[in-house]
Write a protein that binds this ligand. Structure first.
Ligand SMILES: *[C@@H]1O[C@H](CO)[C@@H](O)[C@H](O)[C@H]1NC(C)=O
Ligand SMILES: [Zn+2]
Length: 276
């Protein structure tokens, strides 16, 4: 009798694992980004056909790029985008700003972003502090400058919740929404329009499901990017560069967080009601 139950349990485990792996594989095969990421859908006609697309990612703290955006960044590098990173603070909450800037450069290099494409600010108006509400006008100033310098075709940042609910993340979203509404999202003065997207935040019960959330994301989001196991290892290697941040709860985070393996994107929408 015992043998029967052991056999049954083994069968259940094997079948469940096989189904999960199949689900992951199917969702990996069906990952998809908006057409603009392949260079189509640009109305301006200004973009030269053969030039590489330029994508600017805006984060609030060193390690955001790695903990939240790494599947996307690696995917963009594979698509041969020129990827730029603007990090609005040096993450100086515990007075480690200088160390964290160096860590950010190493992490970006592991993810495939050239160090010369990384800008990290140290602005007294944009301090790393969840109790401070960053002024949209201050954030906008830096984004406008970055768009002018990088000539980005696409800009990506947080959505209204900002993955973790951190007020600095949400301030970036608030600023981009305002800029889109005001018609300020373009490359420099007479430049063409920039396509804006946000990283979708998911409910807490999905956040720590790791690879298993790939299948759920495939059904719930039109635009998903899913890492291969190798991509996940690259994300872990990038995270190790942030050694000053590797406390136990962040280790748990990187082991289970779906954002280390799955990213879903939503177009920034001018009609969205911005009530934050
Ligand atoms: C964060 O901001 C709050 C509110 O202004 C302030 O009381 C606190 O000292 C700040 N913390 C740091 C580490 O700057
Ligand atoms: Zn952050």
């Amino acid at each position: 009798m015992t043998m029967f139950y052991v056999g049954l349990m083994t069968l259940v485990v094997v079948v469940t694992t096989a189904l999960m792996m199949l689900g992951y594989w199917i969702s990996w095969r069906s990952q998809k980004l908006p057409d603009v990421f392949r260079g189509s859908g640009f109305s301006d006609g200004l973009r030269k056909k053969k030039s590489r697309l330029r994508t600017l990612i805006v984060t609030a703290h060193p390690d955001d790029e790695c903990m939240f955006f790494s599947p996307l960044i690696q995917h963009l590098v594979q698509l041969d985008h020129k990827v730029f990173l603007l990090c609005l603070s040096s993450g100086d909450f515990y007075g480690m700003g200088t160390t964290r800037i160096i860590e950010l450069l190493s992490s970006s290099r592991v993810l495939g972003i050239d160090a010369t494409h990384v800008t990290v600010l140290n602005d007294k108006n944009l301090l790393d502090n969840a109790s401070l509400d960053w002024e949209p006008a201050e954030v906008e100033k830096h984004i406008v400058k970055a768009l002018r310098n990088t000539q980005a075709d696409i800009i990506i940042s947080f959505d209204g919740y900002g993955v973790s609910g951190h007020s600095n993340h949400r301030a970036i979203h608030r600023t981009l929404s305002k800029m889109l509404k005001a018609g300020h999202l373009h490359k420099g003065k007479a430049g063409s329009q920039v396509h804006a997207f946000m990283l979708e935040s998911v409910a807490i019960y999905r956040k720590y499901c790791g690879f298993f959330d790939a299948t759920v994301s495939m059904f719930l989001s039109p635009y998903t990017v899913i890492s291969t196991p190798t991509g996940y290892i690259t994300a872990l290697r990038a995270m190790v560069q942030h050694w000053s941040q590797l406390v136990w709860f962040r280790m748990l985070y990187v082991a289970f967080s779906r954002y280390m393996m799955v990213n879903t994107l939503v177009p920034l929408d001018a009609t969205e009601i911005c009530n934050t």
